[in-house]
Write a protein that binds this ligand. Structure first.
Ligand SMILES: [Zn+2]
Ligand SMILES: [Zn+2]
Length: 399
C-alpha cells in the first residue's frame, strides 16, 4: 500500500482546533456544549408565549394596548441580544503555527538556559508595562502563545479568548472582548422583561379576581401560576447577575479578574485599564469600538488528504500534486510569519495583542525594547498556569 496526496479547498473553520461548533458555513460559532442554551431559549420563549396567550388579550382590552406591544418589543430585543452573544466569536485568539511554536520554544530555552535534570523549569511569563503597571503575559501551553493581557484559556471551548470574562453555559458561548456588551444588554433586558411579566401577571390576577374571584381566575388562565413561579425564581438570579456586571463595568474589570483578584492590590498592581471614572469606564466597555474577528473562519485554505492506493498501482500514476503542496497553509492570514516573529517573544506577544486588540488603552503599550528594564528573567512568583484554571463558569451559575 502507498498513499498519494490530494489537495482540496476548505473553509478555515473546518480546521480550527478549538471545541466549537459552526453553522451556516462558519457564520455561526458556538461552544460544543449547548444543552443549557436550549433550556434558556425554552424558558424565555415558553414564559413569553404564555404571557401573550393568557394575560395580554385581557390587559390590552381592560388596561392598555401598549402593554403587549412593549412586551413584544422587549422580547425581540432580549432574543436579539441572546443570539448575538451566543452565535458570535467572543474574541478567540488563533493558535501559533507549528513554525511559530517551534521558534518560541527555542527562544524560551535560550532565555531560561539548561534546567538541571530533576528541577522544575521556571514559569513561562513575560512582563510588560501598561499605564505604569507591570502586567504578566502568561504562556498558553495549548495555544503555544504568550497571551495578550486580559486573555485567558477557556478549557470548555479549548481556546484562548481576548478579554476573557467567563464561559457562560446559559448562552452556550464564552463571553469575551467581542460579545461582552451584548451579554450585558441581554442580562439587563432580560431583567426588565422578567420584572415586566411578573408585575403584569399580578395586575392581571388582581383585576380579574375583583370580578370573578381568585380561584376562577386561575382556572381561566392556567399559565399564570407557572409564569409567576418562573419569573419569581429567575428574577433574583438575573437581576443579581446584572447588578454584578454593572459593578464590574463601572471598574472596567472582568469576572475572571475579579475572581482571581488580579487588581486587588495583593500583587501591588492596580487595574491599568480603569479610567478611575465610572462614566468613562462604562463608555469604554459599552460604547467602545467593535473589534473584528481575527479568526477569518470563512476564508479558504488548502487541505491535504492522504489517500491510500493499491501497492500494485504504479506510483507514477498517482496524483500529480507534488509533495510540496503539503504546506503549512496558514490558518490565520493575519498571523505573523516565523520571520516576522523573530525579534523577541515579548514583542510577538504584544504584537499579538495589538493586532487583535486595537484598544486605545492597549495601544499605549510600549514595545519591549531589547534593553528594557522590564525583567526578561522569569520572576519566581507563580507556578505555570494550567488551562483548567482559566475556565470560569462561576458567577453565571446562579443565573
Ligand atoms: Zn490557549
Ligand atoms: Zn468557553
Amino acid at each position: 500500500m502507498s498513499a498519494v496526496m490530494m489537495t482540496r479547498k476548505v473553509r478555515k473553520w473546518e480546521k480550527l482546533p478549538g471545541k466549537n461548533t459552526f453553522c451556516c458555513d462558519g457564520r455561526v460559532m458556538m461552544a460544543r456544549q449547548k444543552g443549557v442554551f436550549y433550556l434558556t431559549l425554552f424558558l424565555i420563549v415558553g414564559t413569553c408565549s404564555l404571557f401573550f396567550a393568557f394575560e395580554c388579550p385581557y390587559l390590552a382590552i381592560h388596561l392598555s394596548p401598549a402593554i403587549p406591544v412593549f412586551a413584544i418589543l422587549l422580547f425581540f430585543f432580549v432574543m436579539a441580544m441572546l443570539l448575538r452573544t451566543s452565535f458570535s466569536d467572543p474574541g478567540v485568539l488563533p493558535r501559533a503555527l507549528p513554525e511559530e511554536a517551534t521558534f518560541i520554544e527555542m527562544e524560551i530555552e535560550a532565555t531560561n538556559g539548561n534546567v538541571p535534570a530533576g528541577q522544575r523549569p521556571p514559569p513561562r511569563i513575560r512582563n510588560v508595562q501598561i499605564n505604569g503597571q507591570i502586567v504578566k503575559l502568561k504562556y498558553c501551553y495549548t495555544c503555544k502563545i504568550f497571551r495578550p493581557p486580559r486573555a485567558s484559556h477557556c478549557s470548555i471551548c479549548d481556546n484562548c479568548v481576548d478579554r476573557f470574562d467567563h464561559h457562560c453555559p446559559w448562552v452556550g458561548n464564552c463571553v469575551g472582548k467581542r460579545n461582552y456588551r451584548y451579554f450585558y444588554l441581554f442580562t439587563l433586558s432580560l431583567s426588565l422583561l422578567t420584572i415586566y411579566i411578573f408585575t403584569f401577571n399580578i395586575v392581571h390576577v388582581v383585576m380579574r379576581s375583583v370580578n370573578s374571584g381568585f380561584v376562577k381566575t386561575l382556572q381561566d388562565t392556567p399559565g399564570t401560576v407557572l409564569e409567576v413561579l418562573v419569573c419569581f425564581f429567575t428574577l433574583w438570579s438575573v437581576v443579581g447577575l446584572t447588578g454584578f456586571h454593572t459593578y464590574l463595568i463601572s471598574l472596567n474589570q472582568t469576572t475572571n479578574e475579579d475572581i482571581k483578584g488580579s487588581w486587588s492590590g495583593k500583587n501591588r498592581v492596580q487595574n491599568p485599564y480603569s479610567h478611575k471614572n465610572i462614566i468613562n469606564n462604562c463608555c469604554e466597555v459599552l460604547c467602545g469600538p467593535a473589534y473584528p474577528s481575527v479568526l477569518d473562519r470563512r476564508g479558504l485554505m488548502r487541505d491535504d488528504l492522504s489517500v491510500p492506493t493499491s501497492a500494485a498501482e504504479p506510483a507514477t500514476n498517482s496524483n500529480p500534486v507534488p509533495q510540496t503542496t503539503k504546506t503549512t497553509a496558514p490558518l490565520i492570514p493575519n498571523e505573523h510569519t516565523p520571520d516576522d516573529a523573530k525579534p523577541s517573544m515579548a514583542d510577538a506577544a504584544i504584537a499579538h495583542a495589538e493586532k487583535r486588540s486595537p484598544s486605545p488603552r492597549e495601544d499605549k503599550l510600549p514595545t519591549l525594547p531589547k534593553s528594557s528594564p522590564t525583567p526578561t528573567k522569569v520572576p519566581p512568583l507563580a507556578s505555570p498556569e494550567t488551562d483548567a484554571e482559566a475556565s470560569i463558569i462561576a458567577k453565571d451559575k446562579a443565573l
